[in-house]
Design a protein. Structure first.
Length: 258
């Protein structure tokens, strides 16, 4: 039985910090967009402000999706998704506001397309990976098959962005089929996890009760030792000298004689 351990305080603080940064940045972008719409003519600067609002809002959603894995077993993937999203957001704003000062060429836009593809895939995969601890075989198999399809779609999209010269008949068909299957899995897997969640919910309840009982016992032992002015090891030795003070276990029982 495996249960998800509570997130450490540092992870909870980091998660709240990310959320507040996103809320504040998107709020400022939204205020700028509303101010432009309530102002005079909608020229190029106004269009850039509105585009900034849309870009910040879209990438904020992606960052929140990736940040949902923080404090979980697969948090490394969530951290990578947050970094990719923030880097792509910064590159998008640079291209929007300072494209004149950058080297001209297709590479800058190909980098942007690659970042957008990776950001979208990371956000969707992070939401699906919230189901990674489910034990139903059909949910687990469906989850990893869907993630594999996501990886194929991202690889094909990035190849299309950088290679360009692909079979105009076969490649789009294969990409479309794989993308449809990935989207189908992204819908079916969460639905199956909701319909087949009884056993998982029962295991989580049992695990939480077990953890609570262990914490209650440890708290009682600590308080009892403190009342007698002893350490926990001294208290355990006083209660039963056979208890190993390091590992808290009993030595093996002697074998009965012949």
């Amino acid at each position: 039985m495996t249960t998800e351990s509570p997130a450490p305080p540092s992870v909870s603080v980091l998660r709240r910090l990310i959320v507040w940064i996103i809320v504040i940045s998107f709020g400022l972008a939204a205020i700028g967009g509303i101010t432009v719409l309530l102002g005079g003519s909608l020229g190029e600067p106004a269009g850039k402000v509105l585009a900034t609002t849309a870009i910040v809002g879209a990438f904020s959603v992606a960052v929140l999706c990736c940040a949902s894995l923080l404090g979980r077993r697969l948090r490394a993937f969530g951290v990578a998704g947050v970094v990719i999203s923030l880097v792509t957001l910064a590159w998008s704003l640079v291209l929007l506001w300072a494209s004149e000062g950058l080297p001209q060429g297709d590479a800058v836009w190909r980098l942007l397309g690659t970042g957008i593809a990776l950001t979208a895939a990371s956000a969707l995969a992070s939401l699906l990976l919230l189901l990674a601890d489910r034990r139903r075989p059909v949910v687990r198999v469906g989850l990893w098959v869907t993630l594999g399809l996501f990886a194929i779609v991202v690889a094909m999209v990035i190849y299309l962005i950088w290679a360009g010269d692909v079979d105009s008949d076969v490649f789009p068909r294969v990409l479309g089929i794989v993308a449809i299957l990935a989207a189908l899995g992204a819908v079916i897997v969460p639905v199956m996890s909701l319909l087949l969640r009884d056993d998982a919910a029962e295991r989580a309840a049992v695990g939480s009760v077990t953890d609570a009982s262990a914490r209650a016992i440890a708290d009682r032992v600590q308080k009892a030792a403190a009342r007698r002015g002893l350490t926990i090891e001294q208290f355990l030795d006083a209660v039963d000298p056979a208890v190993d003070p390091v590992h808290g276990s009993f030595p093996p029982a002697p074998r009965p004689g012949p």
